[in-house]
Design a protein around this ligand. Structure first.
Ligand code: FAD
Length: 382
């Protein structure tokens, strides 16, 4: 079935931190949610990617989660949220209350399957409007025409697993971060964890005393960061690196390789126990394990690939944004190749604080695009 075509001034794809932040700023500027401003999310519940994170993850275990703008006036703060509850439940609850309080009318589950230019629309010489194609859970498809699209689709849908010889030969279980539920699934097993970020460390700490053995392999040596001032400086430099890559349309560098890994008290205890001992990346998998760089065979029942994510931009393919350098040109949240498209939460904005800041900056630019369009269609001019 196909629903009647619709129109909105702005479509926001994704109701995670980035999408909600942009939507909140646009609503404050006068757009009416559900009419001028349509927010779509393919997931069943609130919370963005957080709703899918593993049960044992608690707020504050890895990094800080920043409040959404507009949460303070509701008396909600992540800093004093209940840390005994799974982070996924807390974030999903806070975002649900946020959406309800601000009446953002997110439509879910609605997946955006494609965004394309509507060739021939608008006055001669104007840039064509964008067409957003959607599919509901029951298979119903639809089309929303929009003057501006804000893509805030995050990375959770596109985990990255590097190619290593033998990946197709290994007979044990292989999973990436999105497939990890609970350490108890690995009770009594030999587990190989791959990846140099906070997810890998979280898994190793949880598996300690549950799995029979764990071994940890990383592509680059792990750099621990013990000094909060140095860590802050490195974080700023890593975000600048991301920004340079986004402006140049290059693939985005890993944030962790730029910042080093902060040593929390829990990690310090893991280090003291000798649990967190990274080894150079293994050279191949075979049917029942991996072969290390020194030629040792390590038996494994499962390999957990905690090897990061890529921006989930598959639905933007019809816009041909990819450069030869493998990335997308994005400057201050705006796509270089499409002036009606913004990418919130991309590259330098990919953390809860970055996504928050992006909300204000992107909303301001969106309003400028609307104001430059037909005055009658622009609520920003009303
Ligand atoms: P998301 O939260 O991923 O939201 C994107 C939304 O878009 C999702 O709801 C998804 O359903 C929807 N969507 C995607 N594609 C489509 C489509 N085609 N159609 C419709 N909807 C779509 N950052 C921090 O600041 N602090 C932390 O502690 C922290 N911990 C992290 C732990 C892990 C394991 C990971 C992977 C990341 C972590 N991050 C953390 C970074 C994280 O990326 C941000 O916290 C935040 O979730 C990003 O928000 P977002 O809105 O960009 O993306």
């Amino acid at each position: 079935m196909r629903t009647a075509d619709q129109h909105a001034h702005v479509v926001v794809i994704g109701a995670g931190q980035a999408g909600l932040s942009v939507a909140w700023h646009l609503q404050r500027a006068g757009l009416t949610a559900g009419r001028d401003l349509v927010v779509l999310d393919r997931a069943p519940g609130t919370g963005g990617a957080w709703q899918f994170r593993w049960e044992a993850l608690r707020l504050g275990l890895a990094h800080r989660v920043h409040d959404l703008p507009g949460m303070h006036e509701m008396g909600l703060h992540f800093d004093d949220a209940d840390r005994s509850r799974p982070a996924r439940d807390v974030v999903a609850e806070y975002y649900r209350r946020f959406e309800e309080h601000h009446d953002l009318r997110v439509r879910r589950p609605v997946a955006v399957t494609a965004v394309r230019r509507e060739v021939g629309s608008g006055p001669a010489g104007s840039t064509p409007a964008l067409v957003v194609e959607t599919r509901d859970d029951d298979g119903t498809t639809g089309v929303i025409r929009a003057e501006v699209v804000v893509n805030a689709s995050g990375t959770w849908g596109t985990p990255f697993v590097p190619w290593v010889p033998g990946r197709d030969v290994f007979r044990g279980r292989q999973l990436d971060t999105t497939g990890y539920r609970d350490a108890s699934e690995f009770a009594g097993q030999d587990i190989v964890v791959v990846g140099g970020g906070t997810s890998a460390i979280g898994f190793l700490l949880e598996l300690d005393g549950v799995a029979r053995t764990t071994r940890w392999f990383t592509r680059r040596p792990v750099v621990w960061s013990d000094d909060p001032d140095l860590a802050l400086g490195a974080a700023v430099a890593a975000v600048e690196d991301q920004d340079r890559a986004a402006k140049a349309g290059r693939t985005l560098p890993s944030i962790v390789s730029g910042t080093g890994l902060p040593v929390s008290p829990r990690i310090r205890r893991g280090l003291a126990r000798g649990l967190l001992q990274p080894e150079p990346m293994f050279v191949r998998l075979d049917a029942d394990g991996v072969e290390t760089a020194t030629g040792e065979h390590v038996h494994a029942d499962a390999v957990i690939w905690a090897t990061g994510f890529r921006a989930d931009l598959r639905h933007l393919a019809p816009l041909h944004l990819r450069t030869e350098a493998g990335g997308v040109v994005v400057e201050d949240g705006r796509a270089g190749a499409e002036p009606r498209l913004f990418l919130a939460g991309y590259g330098p904005q990919a953390s809860t604080i970055g996504a928050n800041r992006a909300g204000r900056r992107i909303a301001r630019q969106v309003l400028a695009v609307l104001a430059a369009d037909d005055g009658e269609r622009s609520p920003a001019r009303a």
